[in-house]
Design a protein around this ligand. Structure first.
Ligand SMILES: [Zn+2]
Length: 98
């Protein structure tokens, strides 16, 4: 991690604590060259899939967009009521993390 003041990469962690929601670690660091202090945050990389659009763009997975797309497709095909594909999938009621 580069020092934001002098761009040195050597530093040491002088304090490390978990955020209130336990989703992030805050680290207080001290630069090995200029001795100034700065803060970094560490969090788990989200593993959500990306959706590839027709034109090649990629956008974040959005559960509601999938559900609405399925509903629209079912409506166009003449199905009524909650589409079975939605009821049977875990789109509306995703599994709880174990
Ligand atoms: Zn520095």
């Amino acid at each position: 991690m580069k020092c934001p003041y002098c761009h040195e990469t050597e530093n040491r962690v002088i304090d490390s604590r978990l955020s209130k929601d336990n989703n992030m670690i805050r680290r207080r660091r001290e630069c090995g060259r200029c001795n100034r202090r700065f803060t970094t945050y560490e969090r788990v990389e989200e593993m959500m899939p990306l959706v590839v659009k027709k034109d090649g763009r990629r956008e974040s997975y959005d559960r509601l967009k999938i559900i609405n797309g399925l509903r629209r497709a079912c409506h166009l095909l003449g199905h009524t009521g909650p589409p079975r594909v939605i009821r049977r999938s875990r789109l509306l009621f995703p599994a709880r993390p174990s």
